[in-house]
Ligand binder design. Structure first.
Ligand code: 5GP
Ligand code: MG
Ligand code: MG
Length: 181
C-alpha cells in the first residue's frame, strides 16, 4: 500500500486547453508546407496531451508511439533509459515532432532525441507539456514547452503516480497526508 495522499490542483483543465491550442498554432506555423508530420508520443504519460495536441494541429499528421522507461513505478528518475517499445513507422527524411509529458532531469529526452536523430529525419522538434528546469542534468531542451513548473511531483492529464491518476483532467501535485510514519 502507498502512503495516503491528496492532489492539489496546479494547472486547470481550462489553462491546459488554452496552452495546447497556442502550442499547436506555433507547431502548425513551424511545419507549414510539410507533406506529413510524424508526431511521436512518448508513452505512457503523453497520451492525453498528444490526443489534444494533434486535434489542434492543422497539418497532415501521422501518429506513432515510443515507450522509454526511466521512472519505473516510483518517484525517482534514473539515468538509464531503455526503449521498451519502438516506433512502428520510419522517420528517415520525415518531419518529426516528439511529444513528451515532462522534461525532468532530461535523460529520457536526450536518449530518445539521440536515437531518432540517428535515423536522420528531415527535421526533428520537441514539444513538452511540462518542464522542471531546476531539475535538469542532461543538456537538452524542448523546442516548445507548455508550462515551466517547480520541483514538485505532479499527476493528471495522462501523468501517473504508480499508474494511478492519469485520468484527472487537470495537473495536480501530490501531497502526502498523515503522520508519515
Ligand atoms: P527525465 O528523464 O527527464 O528525468 O524524466 C522524464 C520522465 O520522468 C517524464 O517523462 C515523466 O514520465 C517522469 N516524470 C518526471 N517528473 C515527473 C513527475 O513530477 N510526475 C510523474 N508522474 N512523472 C514524472
Ligand atoms: Mg515521460
Ligand atoms: Mg510514470
Amino acid at each position: 500500500m502507498s502512503k495516503p495522499y491528496v492532489i492539489d490542483e496546479m494547472i486547470s483543465a481550462k489553462a491546459i486547453a488554452a496552452r495546447v491550442e497556442a502550442l499547436a498554432r506555433e507547431i502548425t506555423r513551424h511545419f507549414q508546407g510539410t507533406d506529413k508530420l510524424v508526431v511521436v508520443g512518448l508513452l505512457r504519460g503523453s497520451f492525453v496531451f498528444i490526443a489534444d495536441l494533434v486535434r489542434e494541429i492543422d497539418l497532415p499528421v501521422e501518429v506513432d508511439f515510443l515507450e522509454a522507461s526511466s521512472y519505473g513505478d516510483g518517484m525517482e528518475s534514473s539515468r538509464e533509459v531503455r526503449i521498451l517499445k519502438d516506433l512502428r513507422g520510419e522517420v528517415h527524411g520525415r518531419d518529426v515532432l516528439v511529444v513528451e509529458d515532462i522534461v525532468d532531469t532530461g535523460f529520457t529526452l536526450q536518449h530518445v532525441v539521440g536515437l531518432l536523430r540517428s535515423r536522420e529525419p528531415a527535421r526533428l522538434e520537441v514539444c513538452a507539456l511540462l518542464d522542471k528546469p531546476s531539475r535538469r542534468e542532461a543538456n537538452v531542451r524542448a523546442t516548445w514547452t507548455g508550462f515551466e513548473i517547480p520541483d514538485e511531483f505532479v499527476v493528471g492529464y495522462g501523468i501517473d503516480f504508480a499508474q494511478r491518476n492519469r485520468n484527472l483532467p487537470y495537473i495536480g501535485k501530490v501531497r502526502f497526508t498523515g503522520d508519515g510514519e
